[in-house]
Design a protein around this ligand. Sequence first.
Ligand code: HPA
Length: 276
Amino acid sequence: MLIEKIEAAASYLEPFWNSSEIGVVLGSGLSSFTKEISSAKSIPYSVIPHFPRSTVEGHAGSLLLGEIGKFKIAVLSGRFHYYEGYSLQEVVFPVRTLIKLGIKTLILTNAAGGLNLKFKPGDIMLIRDHINFIPDNPLRGDYDSRFGKRFVSLVEAYPKRLRDLAKKHSRKLKNPIHEGVYLALPGPSYETPAEVKMFRLFGADAAGMSTVPEVTAAVQLGVSVLAISLITNVHTRGSSPDHSEVLETAKKSEKKFCKLLREIVLNLDSIKNADT
Ligand code: HPA
């Protein structure tokens, strides 16, 4: 059973566990955030029971347990994607394991393509809401009440208090950010011009190939989510997205992205009391 696999992964990690209440998932090209972490212990995914393995360039594949300032943190560097052929239950397995170990807040990051024409490559967007175009759901299948409710509301999936905190610190860093709707695609092909037009009409501001499954699983388990996209390319007329462009923009902008992430982590406890 799935829950037993999660328990096996969690028991393997228990001796290394640092009582972190904050989990972070690093998206494509954003793994340099790991440099911000002190006293880190790195555990390769390949040694953790039942963890899938990462296959994509730009995804390292290890769990880091360490500190940022006085805060303990658990960082998943490398994620699993639907387009790699994993089931969504596999995709969300690492996040469910961290939640089993005790994290209360999950920060998800990703690289995304801008649909909103006000966006520029290198911009940062907080996810306010999402549209799911991945033709599956990690909660689909046999129901186990130990995961939470069967029918999960996603109305408050991205709590305002966490978004407000991120906005406050982006202002402090003089690094303005957007807020918008993320549309999740199965990938790995990028969207066509006709799809871009349709997604804009739907109200989407950015498109990517991740995050929504993890958000869904985390919300079911009662964990608060903050999700942040780095806009690596913008779908303008005649443009054609390319993975090397995605990684290149991520590389250029990751410093400012990591600075913001660090500031958010350092200030999370300022809203802890409201975090129920
Ligand atoms: N589309 C989908 N996913 C992406 C993109 C994009 O343009 N850029 C980075 N991830």
